[in-house]
Design a protein around this ligand. Structure first.
Ligand code: M6R
Length: 607
């Protein structure tokens, strides 16, 4: 989730508008900043890690000359937040400056190919391959546009690229696949940015670049071209009527809603894990005598789902453990043969880091999954994976939960392969289902949000909820309950459904709302019994079940129907979505701010 801003102006300094534009993109999160301009045919790049004001002051960015330029705020996905890893990145001849938002999946193979051809790389980013690839294509004698197109056809992954080059010093080239990019046109110039808010002070006339398109910007306007066949795309400008504040949320009323809706795209990014680190982590997991999955809050619920995944796919027993409980419960027994896989969105949660420190002191191997490159967790882990969800601003974790579970599912699958626990057909089938997860989430949001809003309305005055699921769905139930409780403040319980008869059932009486998570799979027949038990005590039954699940529908008062064919192992990622939406809409109906629930902080960095 980097911020991008580029402009070609008739009058005035490009850097002034670039730095202002980047400031307006701060909400996207960032750890480093960089700008490139061309003045009298000379390309200049200034960049560093740190806050925008600090980097601008330290490197006197406002002194940079030129009426054409590009700027970037980076949210690291590959390589720590340092000066060399900051964008723009240049080619070997330093005639091309390029900025990027997204993840290049095949950068390792491209980098190896370019290294063999003598290219030298300065950073540890995936992005740096792109200016070198363009440079390589330019050597064949094609135009800059031709070189950019050819390079684009070779990269796999998500991107918004913006290119400035002394080869054509009065143009900006840009391209988009899955990462947003908007072109803007005003009387004084032509712009591009990753989000509309950066453009609003200059223009409200924009053209959203679509996936698979590139554009050439000049002072006279812009031309859009299809990357696949080079044909021209005709599409006029759209008028934006958003206020700057609502534009930051892309028109959504709250960050939480925006982040729920971002999940199809954040999940696509979570599928773009770096293969070599995935292999490394699974190799460590395979060697451990015992494996702990350590986390707090939502990340702990991801770990519970992860423990089912590791067991069912890779036949590996793992122990999910709440960070603040780890030392007391396992501190005396962990040792050199123990693996601790710590999962933390922020990578800074005090309880998790304290447990990790303890495990390291006992010579255990610490691995990490986090959303934050350069966080403490990345520094103290032997190896880590970045879940690539982009910054999450809403205090309630949503897109980071679904990405974490998807990352854990990929690890479990990789481990199953390494340990020879699944047949080739089973591996292929599960892999194919993994790739469908973003589309299932998209379908759920599109088809079920209205239904969930109705449910929120019907139940907004309920005083108590019980969330139940069996097997891996107990993780979904726990997470659904945490969402509802933390942003609506309505008391609730969540339990593995089978355990509910050992106590919790005593609180169920006439009118209590029980939310059941009922995907198809091994747990399905058991959940029917649990629904009947609660129904017999007068509970109102709300079920999240597969479309056409007549058994569950018959027993329920209300249902939310989910796409077919979702394997039970992957169901938490999709079935949690209506629960996130229920919590969100109920909080809004109650007049609460779901982005800033009382007493809670996004990252709990204190004991
Ligand atoms: O950054 P982490 O994943 O380590 O954070 C853990 C919890 O503090 C966090 O998940 C918290 O429970 C959220 N508010 C849940 O929505």
């Amino acid at each position: 989730m980097c911020g991008i801003f580029g402009c070609i102006l008739r009058e005035g300094s490009a850097v002034k508008q670039i730095t202002e534009g980047l400031k307006r993109l701060e909400y996207r999160g960032y750890d480093s900043v960089g700008v490139a301009t061309i003045d009298h045919g000379e390309l200049e790049i200034r960049k560093d890690a740190g806050k925008i004001e600090d980097v601008v002051a330290r490197h006197r960015i406002l002194d940079m000359k030129g009426s054409i330029g590009i700027g970037h705020t980076r949210w690291a996905t590959h390589g720590a937040p340092t000066m060399v890893n900051a964008h723009p990145h240049a080619d070997g001849s330093r005639s091309i400056a390029l900025i990027h938002n997204g993840v290049i999946e095949n950068y390792m193979e491209l980098k190896e190919e370019l290294l063999e051809k003598g290219h030298e790389f300065k950073s540890r980013t995936d992005t740096e391959v792109m200016p070198h690839l363009i440079e390589e294509e330019l050597k064949t004698g094609v135009s800059l546009q031709g070189a950019f197109l050819r390079a684009l056809r070779r990269v796999r992954g998500s991107y918004a690229f913006v290119v400035l080059s002394t080869v054509e010093p009065d143009k900006i080239y840009c391209a988009r696949n899955e990462s947003p990019l908007v072109i803007g046109v005003s009387e004084n110039g032509v712009y591009c940015a990753s989000d509309v808010p950066a453009l609003l002070p200059y223009t409200n006339k924009v053209n959203y670049l679509r996936n698979g398109e590139m554009a050439v910007l000049t002072l006279n306007g812009y031309q859009i071209i299809k990357i696949s066949d080079g044909s021209t795309v005709e599409r006029g400008l759209t008028d934006i009527t958003w206020s700057p504040e609502s534009a930051e949320k892309l028109g959504y009323t709250h960050y939480m809603l925006k982040e729920i809706h971002e999940q199809p795209s954040s999940l696509r990014d979570a599928l773009r894990l770096q293969e070599r680190y995935l292999n490394l982590l699974t190799t460590f997991l395979d060697r451990g005598k015992e494996v702990f999955l350590l986390a707090a809050g939502t990340s702990y619920h991801s770990c519970i789902a992860g423990s089912y995944l590791f067991s069912r796919l890779a036949r590996l027993t793992t122990v999910p453990i709440i960070s603040s409980e780890f030392i007391e419960r396992y501190g005396s027994s962990v040792g050199i043969d123990s693996i601790v896989l710590a999962v933390s969105q922020s990578g800074e949660t005090y309880d998790t880091l304290k447990a990790v420190d303890y495990a390291r002191m006992r010579a255990s191997t610490v691995l990490g999954i986090t959303n934050t490159v350069g966080s403490t967790l990345t520094r103290v882990s032997r190896a880590y994976l970045i879940q690539q969800s982009g910054p999450e601003i809403g205090v309630a974790a949503t897109k980071t939960f679904t990405s974490q579970v998807l990352v854990l599912a990929q690890m479990a699958l990789k481990l199953a392969k390494l340990r020879g626990k699944l047949s080739q057909d089973e591996l292929d089938e599960f892999q194919e289902k993994l790739l469908r997860v973003p589309e299932w989430v998209e379908e759920t949001i599109n088809k079920q949000e209205e239904r969930v809003k109705e449910l929120a309305k019907t139940h907004m005055d309920d005083r108590f909820f019980v969330f139940l699921g069996r097997g891996i769905s107990s993780a979904t139930a726990l997470e659904g309950r945490l969402k509802l409780m933390e942003i609506t403040y309505v008391p609730s319980l969540a339990y593995p459904a089978g355990e509910s008869k050992h106590g919790p059932i005593s609180v169920v009486e006439d009118g209590v709302s029980c939310i059941f998570v009922c995907p198809q799979g091994d747990s399905h027949s058991h959940i029917l019994g649990s629904i009947m038990e609660m129904k017999a005590r007068g509970a109102k039954i709300i079920s999240i079940c597969e479309e056409g699940d007549e058994q569950v529908k018959k027993l329920s008062d209300e249902v939310v129907e989910m796409p077919r064919e979702i394997p039970e192992e992957l169901s938490p990622i999709v079935y949690v979505v209506p629960l996130q939406l229920l919590a969100y809409h109920m909080a809004v109906l109650k007049g609460l701010d779901p982005d800033k629930p009382r007493n809670l902080a996004k990252s709990v960095t204190v004991p």
